[in-house]
Design a protein around this ligand. Structure first.
Ligand code: NI
Length: 391
């Protein structure tokens, strides 16, 4: 694999940095130690550092050895998850209840590796911003960075992101033009009926039956309302009601998630959810109140930047090792907010075989240190090719 030789030279350092971050996980907006480690390394490389964007966010700015007007931003996420780790290797989490189970420790270090190399070589024209963001896992750190002026303070024409992907072999990359990750919206439905004795259902309005009808009818959003060519997931994930064998409860409560790629379908699904819940409850004599919360928008890759990113990946990994039309995932990703502001591309880097128990967000997951120089080489090559020097 033609990874950058100079980057391969510091593979041992990258591995040590990654394991240090893995052992010291911090969750969204609490990445104080992680941010300090990142900022210290960037400064050590001679890169200008800006702290405090979105709280714990860190941005490093580096100029090439040839002047140029162009600038790009490369983004890595830094946060861990609020979950226990079941691994017992030496670098397992030292903090109970917190774990780097999504590989953001590896993402951070791949970008640091590229920053170190690019600071040594500066073989490009223009400016690169290394963006280390907090709180990808639900906190929307990417959105907060944008709202706090990421692209005003650090003007970048294009923005790039990357996620490790278990199930994609080591030494491979994958991506696609268009939607890659889904919009992740949430809903709560509060159903109000009339409680009473379970032996006298005729004197009640049973919210369990109302809720059951709603859960069943919500399946028709995907099967009857959505354009069959487009994808939507509607999952009811909680259903709470009642406290006794012989009491019909007064109320019930449901919640769940809707996943879409298409903005119109996203709106349509929200509207149908509301109509179905309220209409069914009303028809059965009760009432339903829907609280709908828009989450991350879909992560939609721009054509020119994605083609460029995958071409660069081919130069790092070899032509046969880059999938150009990977299947999108219904998972969410807050890099979406950056792609709404600037054209760019989000791609996957192979993390090796997908083993049950060791998938993303599972208790025995670990980022694969073998791929650190592969990812860092991609970042470095991307900068040198996008910010090309004049001939
Ligand atoms: Ni992740």
């Amino acid at each position: 694999m033609p990874i950058n030789n100079r980057i391969a030279d510091f593979h041992a350092d990258l591995t040590a940095w990654r394991r240090d971050l893995h052992a010291n996980p911090e969750i969204g907006f609490e990445e104080h130690r992680t941010a300090a480690v990142v900022a210290a390394k960037l400064e050590e490389f001679g890169i200008e550092v800006h702290r405090g964007l979105a709280g714990t966010g860190v941005v490093g700015t580096l100029r090439g050895n040839q002047p140029g007007d162009r600038s790009i931003a490369l983004r890595a996420d830094m946060d861990a998850l609020p979950m226990p780790e079941a691994n017992n290797f030496e670098h397992a989490s030292k903090t109970p209840g917190k774990m780097h189970a999504c590989g953001h420790d590896g993402h951070t270090v791949m970008l640091l590796g590229a920053a170190r190399y690019l600071a040594e070589t500066r073989n490009f024209a223009g400016t690169v911003h290394f963006v280390f963001q907090p709180a990808e896992e639900g906190g929307g750190g990417g959105r907060v960075m944008v709202e706090e002026g990421l692209f005003d303070k650090f003007p970048a024409e294009e923005v790039y992101g990357m996620h490790n992907w278990p199930g994609l072999p080591v030494g491979q990359f994958a991506g696609r033009v268009g939607p890659l990750m889904a919009a992740t919206d949430q809903f709560e439905i509060a159903i109000e009926g009339r409680g009473g004795h379970a032996a006298q259902p005729n004197k009640t309005i049973d919210p369990v039956v109302v809720g059951s009808q709603i859960v069943g009818a919500l399946q028709t959003i995907a099967s009857r309302n959505a354009d069959p060519i487009k994808s939507v997931v509607v999952s009811v994930t909680q259903f709470h009601a009642g406290s006794a064998f012989n009491v019909i409860p007064q109320s019930a409560w449901l919640c769940g998630t809707i996943r879409t790629f298409d903005a119109d379908l996203r709106k349509q699904a929200q509207q149908r959810l509301q109509e179905i819940a309220e209409g069914i409850a009303l028809a059965m004599g009760g009432s339903a109140k829907v609280d709908f919360r828009f989450g991350y928008p879909a992560t939609v890759n721009h054509a020119a930047q994605t083609e460029k990113a995958l071409a660069v990946a081919e130069r790092v990994a070899g032509a046969g090792n880059v999938e150009h039309n990977v299947a999108p995932s219904m998972g969410g990703e807050d890099f979406a907010y950056m792609l709404l502001e600037k054209p760019g591309a989000y791609i996957f880097i192979g993390n090796g075989p997908e083993v049950e128990g060791q998938k993303l967000h599972q208790v025995n997951y670990d980022f694969n240190d073998e791929i650190l120089p592969v990812g860092a080489s991609y970042w470095a090559q991307l900068v040198e090719e996008v910010l090309t020097k004049a001939a």
